[in-house]
Design a protein around this ligand. Structure first.
Ligand SMILES: Cc1cc2nc3c(=O)[nH]c(=O)nc-3n(C[C@H](O)[C@H](O)[C@H](O)COP(=O)(O)OP(=O)(O)OC[C@H]3O[C@@H](n4cnc5c(N)ncnc54)[C@H](O)[C@@H]3O)c2cc1C
Length: 385
């Protein structure tokens, strides 16, 4: 098979993983990333942007040869997951019931990106265009060429757009999106605790939005607080010590003392591209879909996009690109839509205060907690197993 020329736009989590998997298959990769890569430092404080990586995503990173490159003191495995509505029964999952070592892993996004980026740097068939953006795309069913903002031109058989939720490539291709603003913001608060590393992640649903706890390596953790944009703006204006007092007063009880180390806020927007490809260009990750982060599925869906596209390219090297990209869209679009819709149903259902819906919620949680094998099967699906 002849090696393909592939342009990957966006060197975030999904772009670097896709580039690495394709480069390992022998394709020549042109990686365009608008920000220069700065390797993180092992002793630095934890970054606010962390993600829960499913067991399937962890396997994919291991397959790409980078999982073991992560520093041990930046990876936190969790064995237990609990979710409940304020004042009602808890739905509990345990990795032991699924005969797994862990339900998932919480890692800073920048460390995952770093090990993928460094693996790419070691390959001879990857060319980097750091600090560069695409300004023009010439696209047909058989070839694509892009002009960068410094006037450089790259030609290829395929362009993979992994340039995030506000994808420039998607806009240059005039691919429409279905989108809405959840009218909720999400506050991330990094804390240092006075207890040892936790092995549990939990989420409490409230009428104002969920509150979640994500353990980080050693005695660090991330609190995730969904609320109205006004409330999050107010919280963002507090000092770290003032914020600690509000967390103690208003957040679900934490069984340890802590200090607030860092905080930041993000708006929540749902987007779904109406088509995943045009000519020889294809959308992956947040460029194709952004999802309510309440169940931590965003990166995991993007990794599944990457795995699906790479497998199709590998298994059908002689298929015309238009047919191959159509197959990719047929596999990934319904799966991503299903997860987006399930999260929205869950999110809207958790905020509805009608008595009938409240009773239904309690009944569903009770049934789910006592459903044994069904509960574990649903968990395995969410984990991508
Ligand atoms: C508050 C919050 C919490 C979340 N928690 C989780 C979680 O626990 N688990 C989970 O799975 N997901 C989570 N997500 C979602 C997750 O962060 C995203 O799905 C994921 O980062 C998407 O990766 P990506 O590579 O597609 O896009 P991005 O991470 O946005 O990367 C895009 C890359 O493209 C580059 N770029 C942008 N424009 C251009 C351009 N024009 N030219 C070149 N390069 C460009 C950017 O610099 C960036 O490097 C969360 C999201 C939020 C907002």
């Amino acid at each position: 098979m002849q090696s393909r020329q592939v342009i990957v736009v966006g060197g975030g989590l999904v772009g670097t993983l896709t580039a690495l998997l394709l480069a390992k298959q022998g394709d020549s990769i042109h990686l365009v990333e608008k920000k220069p890569f700065i390797p993180p430092i092992k002793s630095a404080a934890f970054d606010l942007r962390v993600s829960a990586f499913s067991a399937q995503s962890q396997k994919l990173l291991a397959l790409a040869g980078v999982w073991d490159c992560l520093p041990k003191n930046r990876v936190c495995a969790y064995q237990r997951l609990q979710t409940w509505e304020r004042g009602s029964q808890k739905l509990c999952f345990d990795s032991a019931d699924l005969e797994l070592d862990a339900l998932g892993y919480i890692v800073e996004n920048r460390w995952i990106q770093a090990v993928l980026w460094q693996a790419l740097q070691a390959l001879p068939n990857v060319t980097f265009y750091e600090g560069r953006q695409v300004s023009h795309i010439n696209n047909s069913d058989s070839a694509v060429s892009v002009d960068l903002d410094n006037g450089q031109q790259i030609k290829a058989q395929l362009l993979v757009a992994c340039d995030g939720g506000n994808s420039t490539v998607r806009q240059l291709l005039n691919i429409p999106v279905t989108a809405w603003d959840y009218r909720q913001h999400c506050m991330l608060v990094n804390i240092k605790t006075d207890s040892v590393e936790q092995n549990i992640t939990w989420q409490e649903f409230r009428e104002t939005g969920p509150c979640a706890f994500l353990p980080l390596a050693e005695n660090n953790a991330s609190l995730v607080w969904y609320h109205s944009p006004q409330k999050i703006r107010q919280l963002s204006g507090l000092s770290n010590s003032q914020l600690k007092e509000v967390v103690i007063a208003e957040f679900p009880a934490l069984p340890f003392d802590f200090t607030v180390e860092d905080k930041g806020a993000f708006p929540l927007i749902r987007r779904h591209a109406q088509t995943y490809f045009k000519g020889s260009c294809v959308l992956l990750g947040d460029a194709a879909h952004t999802i309510n982060p309440l169940a931590g599925q965003g990166v995991n869906l993007g990794f599944k996009d990457a795995e699906c596209l790479v497998n199709l390219l590998q298994s059908s090297p002689d298929l015309p690109m238009s047919i191959l990209l159509k197959r990719y869209e047929c596999k990934r679009k319904p799966a991503n839509l299903l997860m987006q819709s399930a999260m929205d149903l869950f999110y809207k259902g958790s905020k509805c205060e009608l008595d009938s819906v409240r009773w239904l919620r309690k009944g569903v949680l009770h049934l789910a907690q006592n459903s044994g094998a069904v509960k574990n099967r649903v968990m395995k699906y969410a984990m991508g197993l």
